[in-house]
Each structure stands twice: as structure tokens, then as C-alpha cells.
Design a protein around this ligand. Structure first.
Ligand SMILES: Cc1cc2nc3c(=O)[nH]c(=O)nc-3n(C[C@H](O)[C@H](O)[C@H](O)COP(=O)(O)OP(=O)(O)OC[C@H]3O[C@@H](n4cnc5c(N)ncnc54)[C@H](O)[C@@H]3O)c2cc1C
Ligand code: SF4
Length: 510
């Protein structure tokens, strides 16, 4: 948006990238058809040792580089399975699930402006993204904001489930649910920006063709066109306003660097943006609440089987099923439903092949659906962040402590019961004894809200509607840390729309 306004921004980014060996494998595979891939190359990019861990992580071509964890330049005190910032070029969009819904009015009641103010920015954002979506029963509550969407071909299991939902009289005409084909930022067909999806079944390991959108792709284009001054290898440590300028202090391999800019937009991810504001304002030992969504995963049996096509399938979310729990709140509960993906298959030791046993396994897998259900941050636990001042030679440590919600166990139970009640009417039965989700520990990656936007910031950690922390005029935080609440219905599209709103409306003439 800044580029469209005629500005050539300087981007200061840690910007770590995939190691060169893996990059070579990805480059080789991307130049081949999926049928030509070498088994060794495939093994490299799909290697994921976390499938044997309790918390399975999505990796990027076999590498965990998008999860920064603790660093000398930005130390953390966090449990091993706790949240992490990203210092990757493109951040977590290098490994995300690409699921995208706009937020509904009922989920943004705490926001300081009407949810409708975001409408033009959803349009602007979606106009420039690959967007697999279709006009279906989601569109009533969650507008598409674009006419020329290009949906992926749903797998037989997904198509059959959607048809079953459509045929159900019980689900028809209700205002407490909405469902449809999952909306994902994936290029369905070949085009000038790159190759379309070839249904290779490796989405959760990384797409060698780049069909899944990542912010890295846009960044690359802007660098090539000379639209931005991109400076990687800079870890921003703090910033301050100096008259009409903002001074930014970065750590580089060569030592500290001070950079003067006339306006600063901070988008270091919710954890690192919060750290930067705490450090810059010298707010040590002061707790800040990082909100998060929370939920559970549950396998489900569909009595109507369909051919199980993996690996010839797209393994991102197949269906979005949104429902409400009126006895608890007016918020949407967001479920992403899919056939078994490659991480689940790896966990159960499944490999594609032929033979009678394989035939039986495929019959069973053709009846398996997996739902990931997420709840709004108002209903979920949260994290408490606290910055402990570093000593002379050491950086300050950001501690992240889990703050469970005492009510969430009940919310989760009610949510799973409701899902069961709704879906069992159409012959899909959640296997609740196999439900995974610790009510005392959020497992997701949708967090923010530590620097909430308010109309009138009174607290040092509040921001105004342009994301400016109290007392600052030229420093804007534009990522999810400024969300007053985090809807369950995905986070990135909302963050992109809000950042675009700020970048478009803020005065730049000075
Ligand atoms: C496995 C996974 C799946 C996900 N799936 C989805 C999904 O399907 N849908 C959805 O909506 N969301 C999803 N998310 C969440 C989504 O990816 C994040 O909300 C989003 O990436 C946040 O974007 P961001 O740019 O604010 O921060 P990040 O993605 O964290 O990027 C941070 C950027 O800032 C840079 N940076 C960080 N610290 C500094 C510093 N001190 N100095 C300079 N640069 C710095 C990094 O190099 C990076 O470029 C998922 C997340 C994960 C981990
Ligand atoms: S199935 Fe997934 S990994 Fe394979 S081409 Fe399509 S988007 Fe990429």
C-alpha cells in the first residue's frame, strides 16, 4: 500500500532464509513435473521429525527455520512447546495453512471502529492474492470481496461432505452456522505469477511450485522492481521518536546500526512487536496480555465413504464449518475440516502403495475427516508477556507464561458436543474420545492483542486506531498485536486488511 502511495519504503528485516542445500532441492523439484521427482529429494523436503512429538510442527521443506525460538539478540524464556516468533523472510507465511476468512461483526465488537470499515481493505488485499474460494453458504456471513476467485478442485471426500451438508434440511436456513469450501490463498491454475496447484499432497511440507501464497513472494517482486529498499540481516532492538524523525537501532553482523526514518511501521509479528514496544518504552517487568485463539482437533467418521486420493490431493483445509454456541457467546467457532493430511498419515505410518491391505486402509481413510476447531480469544486462555531488563552486555529477556482460562474446559466440551450434534445429523460422527486439545494450553499460532487499538489510549500499552502506541505520533504497529480481540475465523487476512487500512489512511506528506 505504501508503494502504491508513491513511497519507496526501507524494510529492516532479520529475513532468514531456507538453507542453501534445501533451496537447491526445491529449485530442482520445481523445474520438474511431480511424476519426475526423485525419491531422495522428496524425502529431504518432507522430513519432519516432529511427527513423533506431542506437538507436531509444520516445517518448511524439512527445516524449522521459520520458528526463531530464543536468540542472543532476542532471548526468550518460554516452555519448549510454547509460542515462538518468526525471523524468516516472509515470517510464518512461509509455513502457514493459507486459510483466510474476513472477520464477522460479532467477533469484532471490542474493536474501536465498525467492522465494515475494513471492507474496502479486504477487497484491496484479496485483489492481489491467489484466492481459492467459491460463492457458497459461507458467503452470507463472510463476503468473498472478489468476483473472480479460482477455486481448487475439492477432493472426492470434501466434495461428498459438502454435498451432504447441502442436502441436509436440518442445516438449511439457520443463522447459527455457515459452511463451504475452505478459502485458501492458493493459485489453482497456472498464471503469470507462477504455477497452479498440481495436487501433489505435500502442502504441509512446503509447496515447491510456490502455489501457496507467501509474503516472501510479494517481497521478492517488490525488490526486483526496485520498489523497496530491502535490508536483511537487521534485528531491530528499539526505536524512539526524535522530533520529525524516528530513530531505529538495529543489530547487524557488523555491530549496532542507527537508522533515521520519518515514519515507522512495525510488523515484527505479535511477540516481537510487543518486545520492541516494551523495550523502547522501558516497560520492564510489566505484564502484557497476549491474546490467542484456542481449540481442539477431533477425528470424525463419515458414513458415506469416498475415494481417498492422497498423494494426488491438496492437503490444506478442505471445508470451513462455522457454528455458534449461543449458550456461551455470540462468537463464531471456526472449524477447518480435511481428509487425513500427510502429517497425520506420517504419524500413523501410512505410505501410499498398492495391495490388499492398502486397499482396506484406503477404504477406511476415505471415511476419515479431521476437524480443527478454534474459539475466539474472549473464550480462550492467553499468555502473559514480561520483559526483564538485560544487563550491560545482554539483551532483555521476554518471558512468555501460559495463562489458562478456567472456563475453557467447559467451553471446549460444549463446543465438541455442538459439533457432534450438528454433524451427526448428516452422518458424520466426531470420535470425541480421540479428541486432542489441552484446555489448559493453547496449541495454535493465532495470537495478538497485546497492544490493543482504542479510541483514546490511556495505557502505555494501548494504541490508537492507527496502531500508534500512546504518546507516539510516527510509530505505528500494524500487525495482530494491535487487535483488541482475536476472532477464531483465521487471523492473517484480518491483519493484512487492518495494516492496509492504516497504511492507506495515515498522513504521509511530511
Ligand atoms: C504453522 C502455522 C500455520 C498458520 N496458518 C494460518 C492460517 O491458515 N491462516 C491464518 O490466518 N494464519 C495462519 N497462521 C498465522 C499467520 O501465519 C501469522 O498470523 C502471520 O504470519 C503473522 O504475520 P506477521 O507479518 O505479523 O508476523 P510474522 O509472520 O511472525 O513475521 C515477522 C517478520 O518480522 C521480522 N522480524 C521479527 N522480529 C524482527 C526484529 N526484531 N527486527 C527486524 N525484523 C524482525 C521477521 O524476519 C519476519 O519477516 C499460521 C501460523 C503458523 C505458525
Ligand atoms: S498440493 Fe499443495 S504442495 Fe502440491 S502443488 Fe498444490 S499447493 Fe503445492
Amino acid at each position: 500500500m505504501l508503494v502504491q502511495r508513491g513511497v519507496r519504503p526501507t524494510i529492516l528485516d532479520v529475513g532468514e532464509t531456507l538453507d542453501l542445500d534445501r533451496q537447491a532441492v526445491v529449485a530442482r523439484m520445481s523445474a520438474q513435473q511431480k511424476t519426475e521427482w526423485d525419491a531422495e529429494d522428496l524425502a529431504v523436503i518432507t522430513h519432519n521429525p516432529t511427527v513423533s512429538h506431542e506437538k507436531v510442527l509444520r516445517l518448511a521443506f524439512g527445516s524449522a527455520y521459520p520458528y526463531a525460538g530464543t536468540r542472543e539478540s532476542a532471548p526468550l524464556d518460554v516452555a519448549e512447546d510454547g509460542p515462538s516468533p518468526s525471523m524468516a523472510r516472509g515470517g510464518f507465511s512461509t509455513i502457514w495453512g493459507a486459510a483466510m476468512l474476513p472477520a464477522a461483526y460479532c467477533d469484532l465488537k471490542a474493536w474501536p471502529f465498525p467492522s465494515g470499515d475494513l471492507d474496502p481493505y479486504y477487497e484491496l488485499v484479496l485483489r492481489d492474492l491467489p484466492f481459492s474460494a467459491t460463492k457458497d453458504r459461507l458467503a452470507g456471513e463472510f463476503p468473498l470481496y472478489r468476483d473472480d476467485t479460482e477455486p481448487l478442485a475439492p477432493s472426492p471426500i470434501v466434495r461428498s461432505f459438502l454435498q451432504t451438508l447441502d442436502r441436509s434440511h436440518f442445516l438449511r436456513g439457520r443463522n447459527d452456522l455457515a459452511y463451504g469450501q475452505a478459502r485458501v490463498a492458493v493459485r489453482a491454475h497456472d498464471g503469470p505469477d507462477g504455477r497452479g496447484c498440481v495436487y501433489c499432497g505435500r502442502c504441509l511440507s512446503g509447496c515447491v511450485y510456490g502455489s501457496i501464497y507467501s509474503a516472501e513472494q510479494d517481497l521478492q517482486k517488490m525488490i526486483q522492481r526496485g520498489e523497496v529498499d530491502y535490508r536483511a540481516g537487521r534485528t531491530v532492538l528499539e526505536f524512539s521518536e526524535r522530533g520529525n524523525d524516528v530513530e531505529v537501532v538495529c543489530e547487524t553482523k557488523g555491530g549496532l546500526e542507527n537508522i533515521l526514518v520519518n515514519r515507522l511501521f512495525v510488523a515484527a509479528g505479535a511477540l516481537n512487536s510487543t518486545r520492541l514496544v516494551l523495550e523502547s518504552k522501558r516497560l520492564y517487568d510489566r505484564p502484557a496480555v497476549l491474546k490467542t485463539t484456542q481449540g481442539f482437533v477431533v477425528p470424525m467418521i463419515n458414513i458415506r465413504g469416498a475415494p481417498f486420493e492422497w498423494p494426488n490431493a491438496n492437503t490444506l483445509s478442505g471445508i470451513f464449518f462455522e457454528f455458534k454456541l449461543p449458550s456461551v457467546s455470540d462468537n463464531w467457532v471456526h472449524s477447518q475440516i480435511s481428509p487425513a493430511n500427510e502429517l497425520i498419515l506420517a504419524k500413523v505410518g501410512y505410505q501410499a502403495g498398492t495391495g490388499f491391505l492398502q486397499y482396506i486402509r484406503k477404504l477406511a481413510l476415505g471415511r476419515l475427516l479431521v476437524a480443527l476447531c478454534n474459539f475466539h480469544s474472549d473464550l480462550a486462555g492467553s499468555y502473559s508477556l514480561r520483559l526483564q531488563r538485560g544487563s550491560a552486555s545482554k539483551r532483555s529477556v521476554l518471558s512468555i507464561a501460559n495463562q489458562p482460562s478456567s472456563d475453557f474446559a467447559d467451553v471446549m466440551k460444549l463446543g465438541s458436543r455442538r459439533l457432534t450434534r450438528l454433524l451427526s445429523r448428516v452422518g458424520v460422527f466426531p470420535v470425541t474420545p480421540l479428541m486432542y486439545g489441552d484446555p489448559l494450553k493453547p496449541i495454535g499460532w493465532h495470537f495478538g492483542g497485546s497492544l490493543p487499538m482504542t479510541r483514546d489510549p490511556r495505557d502505555e500499552m494501548h494504541t490508537d486506531v492507527f496502531g500508534r502506541p500512546k504518546g507516539w505520533q510516527r510509530i505505528h504497529v500494524i500487525d495482530s498485536s494491535v487487535f483488541p480481540s482475536v476472532p477464531a475465523t483465521t487471523i492473517a487476512l484480518l491483519a493484512m486488511a487492518n495494516a492496509t487500512r492504516i497504511a492507506q489512511t495515515v498522513t504521509l506528506e511530511d
